[in-house]
Write a protein that binds this ligand. Structure first.
Ligand code: CA
Length: 226
């Protein structure tokens, strides 16, 4: 309970009855929350406030929730849970193209939503790389510290390194990396992934010249060793 007390959640949802229900559930769990009915209001709020998680409705009056999410992803990797109503919306959320962390389908129980929020916060706390000592991934601030040095990473480099670190020694194919890291698949998929891997290797070597952490597995993909 203590952990949830400090968490601040932004709810972007235009239906008052749904917002009320969610608000009540969040308060019961000692989360603090802010409610916005428009996508643009939510974006404005994010630029001047620290938020730990966003609950985002897909169908908003002023803009599509997917566009709100894409906009947020240009400056933050903050966890986002979608509220979806229609089958085609669900397909898009599940398809990984949006960059959401989770979703619930309307009508949903507030209890389920809160459970999913807690899972995300728990996952952030227990990022396995935190225990390695070499890397520290700070998901909320969107940054990675390597050997006590803050890495200067682009958004995709950050997401790429975070994904590799989420499962050390697992070999990710280029297609898997592209699907999970990039917002939209690019035509020159392999070249894009390779170029970012090369940049990451360079940045890791700048911090530790002997580091050769990212391995190439011919015909299979990449993995990281920590
Ligand atoms: Ca709506």
């Amino acid at each position: 309970m203590l952990g949830s007390m400090n968490k601040h959640i932004l709810l972007i949802e235009d239906e008052r009855s749904i917002a009320d229900t969610i608000f009540y559930a969040l308060e019961t769990e000692n989360f603090s929350a802010e409610w916005k009915t428009l996508g643009q209001d939510g974006l404005d709020y994010l630029k001047s406030h620290t938020v730990d998680l966003i609950i985002l409705d897909v169908g908003l009056p002023d803009m599509n929730g997917f566009d709100v999410c894409k906009n947020i992803r240009t400056f933050s990797d903050i966890p986002i849970i979608f509220l979806t109503a229609r089958k085609d919306e669900i397909d898009r959320v599940v398809g990984f193209e949006i960059g959401a962390d989770d979703y619930v389908v309307k009508p949903f129980s507030p209890r389920e939503l809160v459970a999913r929020i807690k899972v995300i916060f728990k996952r952030l706390q227990t990022t396995p790389t935190n225990s390695s000592g070499v890397f520290q991934v700070d998901d909320l601030k969107g940054r990675i510290v390597y050997e006590n040095t803050l890495m200067d990473l682009t958004r995709y480099e950050y997401r790429l390194l975070k994904l590799l670190l989420s499962q050390p020694e697992r070999i990710f194919s280029r297609a898997q990396l592209m699907e999970q890291v990039w917002d939209a698949p690019e035509a020159s998929m392999d070249r894009t992934v390779d170029a970012h891997i090369k940049m990451l290797r360079g940045k890791l070597r700048n911090i530790d010249a002997d580091a050769d952490l990212i391995k190439t597995h011919r015909g299979m993909g990449y993995s990281i060793e920590v």
